[in-house]
Design a protein around this ligand. Structure first.
Ligand code: SAH
Length: 402
C-alpha cells in the first residue's frame, strides 16, 4: 500500500497534541474531517493536523467513538502487515526475560501497551489464545493467524474474540479453534512453579488471569499457617499460592461451578498434602454476610472481584460495592491478619482505590498497614503515554486493632 493512496483524517486545530505525544486513541470530537466514503471500517488512514501536517498512521472505524487508533508516528511507516509483523516479533521478544522453567502462562501481546491496539495474545505452555477487539485488527485477522503460526508454532491456536466490547466496534463475537484438538483445550501450564490447569475454550476471557501472577506470589509469602478465604477465586490461582505458601486451610468462593471444579483440580495437582480445602459456590456478597454473622475469622482474605466499573457513570455505585466487600473482608480478619484486595476497573485510580479501602477501615473500624502495593504483572506493561494501560491495582495490608 503506498501512502498517497491512504485515506486522510484531519484533526481540528490544536487537537493533535495527544496523538503527537503517542496517546493511541483519537475520539470523534477531535476530528475536523473524516475520510471520504469508501473506506471500510478498520481501514488504514493517515492522520493530519488542521494545517495538513503529518501526525500519525493508524486505522479508522466510523462505528466507534474511538475513531482512530494510531500505530505509527513515523510518516514512512504506515499501518500494514510489515508493521504488524515487526510489532508482534518485538512484543514476543520482550517476554524473553520471563523464566520459562517456572512460568509458561505469559501474555505475549497486551494491546495498546505493546503498540498493537485491539490485539491480545496469551500463551499457556504453547497453547496460544488470541483475541481481536477492534475492526482495525479484524481486517488483519488472516495475517495475525499466519504470523502467530510462523512465529510461535503453537500446539493449539484458539481465537477467543467472544467479547461484548466488540459490539462497540460493530463486530460480532467469535470463538474458533484454528489449530489443535477439540478435546485438548484444558491445558496445563506453570506460574512461578505452580502447576495450573487453564480452560482455554470455556474459561473466562482468554482462560486465565495471567495479570495476577505477581500478586499470587506475594499472597503466598503471607500464607504461612494461615486460615485463608479466597473471594472470587475463579480457578484457584490464589488458593494454590496460599497452600504452597504454608496455609493450613483454604476456602475458595466463586459463583461459577466450572471455575470451582478447576480450582479443586488445581489444588489437588500441586501436592499440597495436609492443607484443608473448601470450595463454595456462592454469591460473594451474600457469603461474606453470612460468615460474618456466624462469627468466622480468617488470617488472610483475598478480594479479587471482576470489573465493576465499565463507565464513568458507574463509578459511585461501583466504589460502594468495593467498599462493602472490603468492609466485610476486614471484619472477617483476625487482628494482625492480612487483606489482599484488588480492583481491575481501569476507571478506579490507585488513589481512589486507597480512599475506598480507607473508608472501609473507618467503618470496620480498624487500622490497615499497607505492606505492598500491587499491580498487573510485567507482561501487561504500563505505557507512559497511555495511563489507561494501568487497570489492575491492589493493596496487601495488615489489620491492626484500634
Ligand atoms: N482471583 C482470580 C480471578 C478472579 S476473576 C484468579 O486469580 O484467577 C473474577 C471471578 O469472580 C470470576 O471467577 C467470576 O465467576 C466471579 N464472580 C463474579 N461475580 C461474583 C459474585 N457476585 N459472587 C461470586 N463470584 C463472582
Amino acid at each position: 500500500m503506498t501512502k498517497n493512496k491512504l485515506a486522510t483524517v484531519t484533526l481540528k486545530a490544536g487537537r493533535e497534541k495527544s496523538a503527537v505525544r503517542a496517546h493511541p486513541w483519537i475520539f470523534s470530537g477531535a476530528i475536523q474531517s473524516e475520510p471520504s466514503s469508501g473506506i471500510e471500517p478498520g481501514g488504514a488512514v493517515v492522520v493530519r493536523d488542521a494545517r495538513g501536517k503529518f501526525v500519525a498512521h493508524g486505522y479508522y472505524n466510523p462505528h466507534s467513538q474511538i475513531r482512530v487508533r494510531t500505530l505509527s508516528l513515523n510518516e514512512a511507516q504506515p499501518w500494514d502487515r510489515v508493521l504488524l509483523e515487526r510489532r508482534l516479533k518485538a512484543a514476543i521478544a520482550r517476554r524473553d526475560g520471563i523464566n520459562r522453567d517456572l512460568t509458561t502462562a505469559v501474555r505475549l501481546v497486551a494491546s495498546e501497551a505493546d503498540l498493537l491496539p485491539g490485539l491480545i495474545v496469551d500463551t499457556n505452555h504453547n497453547h496460544v489464545v488470541f483475541q481481536i477487539l477492534t475492526a482495525g485488527m479484524e481486517r488483519m485477522r488472516s495475517d495475525i493467524i499466519e504470523l502467530l503460526g510462523a512465529l510461535l508454532h503453537p500446539i493449539t491456536l484458539v481465537e477467543r474474540s467472544d467479547d461484548r466490547n466488540r459490539l462497540k466496534e460493530g463486530l460480532e463475537e467469535r470463538k474458533e479453534l484454528i489449530t489443535g484438538s477439540q478435546d485438548q483445550l484444558v491445558v496445563s501450564c506453570l506460574e512461578n512453579g505452580m502447576q495450573l490447569l487453564v480452560d482455554i475454550w470455556n474459561g473466562h476471557k482468554t482462560g486465565f488471569y495471567i495479570d495476577q501472577r505477581d500478586s499470587r506470589k506475594a499472597v503466598g509469602e503471607y500464607a504461612r499457617g494461615a486460615r485463608v478465604l479466597n473471594l472470587f477465586s475463579y480457578t484457584g490461582g490464589f488458593s494454590v499460592a496460599a497452600a504452597l505458601g504454608g496455609a493450613s486451610h483454604v476456602v475458595s468462593v466463586d459463583q461459577s461451578a466450572e471455575a470451582l471444579e478447576l480450582a479443586r483440580r488445581n489444588c489437588e495437582l500441586n501436592s499440597t498434602h495436609g492443607v484443608k480445602f473448601e470450595f463454595v459456590q456462592a454469591d460473594v456478597f451474600d457469603y461474606v454476610r453470612s460468615v460474618a454473622e456466624a462469627g468466622e475469622k480468617y488470617d488472610l482474605v483475598i478480594v479479587d472481584p471482576p470489573k465493576f466499573v465499565t463507565s464513568k457513570a458507574h463509578i459511585d455505585r461501583a466504589t460502594r460495592g468495593y467498599k462493602d466487600l472490603n468492609l466485610y473482608a476486614l471484619r472477617l480478619l483476625n487482628d494482625h491478619g492480612v487483606l489482599a484486595t484488588f480492583s481491575c476497573s481501569g476507571l478506579v485510580t490507585p488513589q481512589l482505590f486507597w480512599q475506598v479501602i480507607f473508608g472501609a477501615t473507618v467503618d470496620a473500624p480498624c487500622q490497615l498497614q499497607f505492606l505492598r502495593q500491587l499491580q498487573q504483572a510485567e507482561d501487561h506493561p504500563l505505557l507512559a503515554s497511555f495511563p489507561e494501560s494501568l487497570y489492575l491495582k491492589g493493596f496487601l495490608g495488615r489489620k491492626i486493632p484500634w
